[in-house]
Design a protein. Structure first.
Length: 541
């Protein structure tokens, strides 16, 4: 991963700095510059409500380096370390389901998974919350299991307890589903002390102290929790298609935690419409959805078969699954933190279903068949990943599978490097950019050129400042409706006044495109026959 990241121009990642990762970077920038995480996407907007910790974790790199490319590189190195550590812990948890002679397989599978998975790769490219949250919560899970299952007195494990508390607080700040960790903790504690008589006062302390602790954390994060995150699940439950929601969980999200490139097998990605996910658009998608449901079925069998072995871990997953399942566009990403538990369940289910075949075949024949199946599966996964990468890269059909991605990265980097160079020529402090909502603030982070959202004072702002519209795209598919985007944006801005656009920059390659237009207020039309117009006309002539 490091070799790939350092071989690519950082400008290739500029178009990928949007939505969540952009908001985290804006939080980090605000913290470094003002000492507060009250960040704004637009200079004329109120601070947005969002989790700050994913940005805070990366904020030190904004202090260490002045150049954004160096800041991004440092964040990517940190991301790779986080992903690698998560793979290590995941392999350890997965090994619980396997005999000792297969523990090396658990290690190989965990690391191969994160290399092939588009979601894990995205977490190395840009600062997201998924990888840190997975690392923090899985570490908490392992620590709680080791402390409460060990023969030593719990009080003697002070360092582990302190580490758990620190990781739990950080995990809560990263994503507010972290309190679900208290479920396996409670089950493990019950298993350890089920036969021990506990006084009412001690029981009150055991329940009351964590509850008070959570209340304090909620108060400290009230703006983000109540201003955004608490509302979203209810919105999806109210407006989303329930059948589509279920298919998204069991036909897409869970299978993608077992097969890293599973969602790349769809012709039409199901969560294209966040409230009405569509499955089975084509015959191939219908069959692929059936495969996904089969994988989820095997996982469910594994849950039933291994419930006595991993009840705390299974309960940890099940208690949050309804909430994560409701968040249709993000369900797949949110389940990344629970992957080793799902691997365990799937392995247990597959072992149960394959047991009759294992009994029918000799041990050597079964091992050969299993190895052949693994080789075929791995070859198929790599082929599917390469095909989707080549499709994203576009380009001439005659180009090789290796040449197209190389050309693609070079074209995107060249386009966005040129765009940044131009924007940095605009006067700092006077230039304001009009960008789409998902990109608002991108160039404030990269080039220190802030975004402005057109409002009732937009006409006066255009007269007093230098206002530019920025439009860009980073894939051939995204660039197809480029002209329509520009026209649609102009129509939306027109409700705030009559403006003209002068193109001052354009860079276009086969895979990316970027334009910048200087805005100005259109002169008011002068009524026909106006004496002032006639006088002006005579003077000019």
């Amino acid at each position: 991963m490091l070799a790939i990241l350092f071989s690519i121009d950082p400008a290739f990642f500029y178009p990928r700095i949007e939505t969540d990762q952009l908001l985290y970077l804006l939080k980090a920038k605000s913290l470094v510059e003002t000492g507060s995480t009250a960040a704004r996407s637009y200079v004329n907007a109120d601070p947005f409500a969002y989790a700050a910790m994913p940005g805070v974790l990366r904020a030190p790199f904004l202090l260490m380096f002045d150049e954004f490319d160096n800041q991004l590189r440092a964040m990517q190195v940190m991301n790779v370390a986080i992903v690698a550590a998560t793979a290590m812990i995941s392999a350890y948890i997965f090994s619980w389901a396997l005999p000792r002679q297969l523990h090396r397989f658990a290690i190989g599978f965990a690391f191969a998974f994160v290399v092939l998975s588009p979601d894990w790769l995205a977490n190395t490219f840009v600062p997201l919350a998924d990888a840190p949250y997975a690392l923090l919560t899985l570490a908490c899970l392992v620590i709680s299991a080791s402390v409460l299952s060990a023969p030593q007195p719990v009080a003697s494990r002070r360092l582990s307890i302190a580490l758990f508390i620190a990781l739990f607080i950080t995990a809560f700040m990263v994503r507010f589903t972290a309190p679900a960790l208290l479920v396996p903790l409670a089950l493990l504690a019950r298993g350890r002390w089920s036969e021990v008589s506990i006084s009412r006062r001690t029981r009150g302390l055991i329940i009351g102290v964590p509850a008070l602790f959570l209340v304090v954390l909620v108060i400290l994060n009230a703006q983000a929790i109540f201003g955004r995150y608490l509302v979203e699940p209810f919105v999806f439950v109210k407006y989303a298609d329930k059948t589509g929601m279920g298919l998204n969980v069991f036909g897409s999200a869970i299978p993608s935690q077992i097969i890293p490139v599973f969602n790349l097998g769809f012709d039409v990605m199901p969560p294209a419409n966040k409230f009405q996910p569509v499955f089975g658009t084509t015959v191939r998608d219908s069959l692929w959805t059936a495969v996904g449901l089969l994988i989820s079925g095997i996982t469910a069998i594994g849950l039933v078969r291994s419930a006595n072995r991993i009840l705390p871990e299974a309960a940890y997953l099940l208690v949050v699954l309804p909430v994560l399942g409701a968040m249709i566009p993000s369900t797949t990403r949110y389940l990344m933190a629970y992957q080793p538990i799902l691997w365990f369940m799937f392995a247990a289910g597959a072992a149960f279903l394959l047991q009759p075949w294992k009994n029918m075949l000799a041990a050597r024949q079964f091992r050969i068949a299993a190895a052949l199946a693994l080789v075929l599966a791995a070859t198929g996964l790599v082929a599917l990943r390469s095909a989707r990468t080549a499709r994203t890269a576009g380009g001439a059909a005659s180009a090789s599978a290796l040449e197209r991605p190389l050309r693609y990265t070079a074209e995107v980097a060249t386009t966005f490097r040129g765009l940044r160079d131009f924007l940095e020529t605009l006067p700092a402090g006077r230039a304001l950019l009009v960008s789409s909502s998902g990109e608002a603030g991108r160039w404030a982070v990269i080039a220190d050129r802030p975004s402005y959202r057109p409002d009732s004072l937009f006409g006066a702002t255009v007269r007093e400042k230098e206002v530019y519209t920025v439009l860009s795209c980073g894939t051939p598919a995204a660039c197809a409706p480029f002209e329509e985007w520009h026209e649609l944006r102009a129509k939306r801005i027109a409700v705030h006044g009559d403006f003209t656009y002068e193109k001052v920059f354009e860079r276009r390659t086969g895979s990316a495109r970027a334009t910048v237009h200087r805005m100005s207020v259109s002169p008011a039309p002068v009524p026909a026959g106006d004496p002032a117009q006639s006088a002006s006309g005579r003077t000019s002539r």
